[in-house]
Design a binder for this molecule. Sequence first.
Ligand code: NAD
Length: 493
Amino acid sequence: MKTYSHWIAGQFQEPASGEWLDTVDPYQGEPWAKIPKGNAIDASAAVSAAKTAMTNGPWATMSATARGKILRRIGDITLGNIDQLAQMEVRDNGKLLAEMSGAIKNVAEIWYYYAGLADKIEGSVMPMEKAGIVGLTSREPIGVVLALTAWNAPLNFLALKCAPALAAGCSVVIKPSEFSSVSSLEFAALTKMAGLPDGVLNVVTGLGQDIGAPLVEHPDVSMVTFTGSDATGAKVYEAAARHMKRVTMELGGKSPNIIFEDADLELAVAGAISGIFGGGGQMCTAGSRLLVQNSIKDEFTDLLLTAARSVKVGNPMDASTQMGPMSTAPQYQKVINYIDIARAEGAKCLLGGKPATGPGIKGGQFIEPTIFTNVSNSMRIAQEEVFGPVLSVIGFEDEAEAIEIANNTLYGLAAGVWTGNIGRLFRVSKALEVGTVWGNTYRTYSYMMPFGGMKQSGIGRESGIEAVNEYLETKSLMISIAETRPENNFVPR
Ligand code: NAD
């Protein structure tokens, strides 16, 4: 069993506590590696390394073009290590090997995209109402960024946060989830080979309260970028607010996938299945509320059941597997509890609803693809994030009712709209209170498209050019070029 250390200032450092946590292979159901059980001392060491890199190291004075070149090399090294990184995500996180090669290629693309943006961050020469004054703005790195991430896609989250932050010229301390930290530690060591100066990217591991909380409180952290649950997000937001730190929050969802009677039903079924059973439903964007127009509800439900019955559950290393295990034991128990809650609320289980068994299934963390009908939107199963392969089918009469049900949740992350009517697609998409709408598709992600939530699903945007802006501060510089003293300014401020 391999024992890992924190990655601080360009080298592995053992935890100050001298303690480690087991990390479990969700398929085997057994520990396979040990990660440091970090604490406030490790938090300080990592932030200090990041601060030094921002102020004294080569990073501080490097040209934006040189920064971009290093980010590009990180992309190259990612591509050169696809197999190793993919296997690690399967082992640590129960991800499907069949999906991981593509996912790691996408990680490399994220690094390339932000590599290209690094030297396109421009300031402005401003028009001025005052004679003899030149006004300039520059966009400057905000400082040391703390990234806290969820367990379900570690390298993707690392890239989505660190690549734009480094493109902006910041340094980063990242604390991945205690359930899936190994790939981030290994990845950080690879960045050294790309020429990333020591201390620019630091990875520390451990429990949220032990090391996450002291990191958030650390005075030298200027910004916190968080991906995780809304409950933890609220705590982190509160702590960050006490120190006026900027935050971005990528939180949970209860996304509606809306099927109108004029949709291509075959495509819509495929979208509904991948929307909830992809990743075993362990996705913030899981299309967990399937809103189906009443006129086609019976027909669509039959098609859905046929497709869902063919979802192959099993060993994530097997190329034909379509749904692997729940990634963590607590998550498995949470999903089982929600299935019980749904039954107790009066929802009718049409498919699944229990632990999965059968060939290739091990470790006790598998759940059958599960579909409930007779669900009303006020039930807990329709309002609370399950984060598992559990779909609620809810009927609606017309466009207005679909929008009303879709928006009737605390969340606002994403939605799918399936219709052959382009006018309806635009109308509904405009009315939906979500950050992302997918029209006649679902789970289509692009690192070029801003992504984030409305309402309780979050604050700020990742991906696209907008993500870089989150890591920048605008500085104003006003210079007198007059030969005489400029006129007094009596505007109070
Ligand atoms: P979580 O909130 O339990 O943990 C997220 C991170 O916060 C972990 O690294 C954890 O150790 C850390 N943490 C916990 N307590 C902390 C504290 N007091 N201070 C600082 N850090 C602390 O989330 P999770 O269970 O790992 O992930 C699942 C959740 O993430 C789901 O709600 C899912 O919807 C959400 N998610 C959102 C997105 C998105 O982009 N919107 C993407 C993936 C997952």
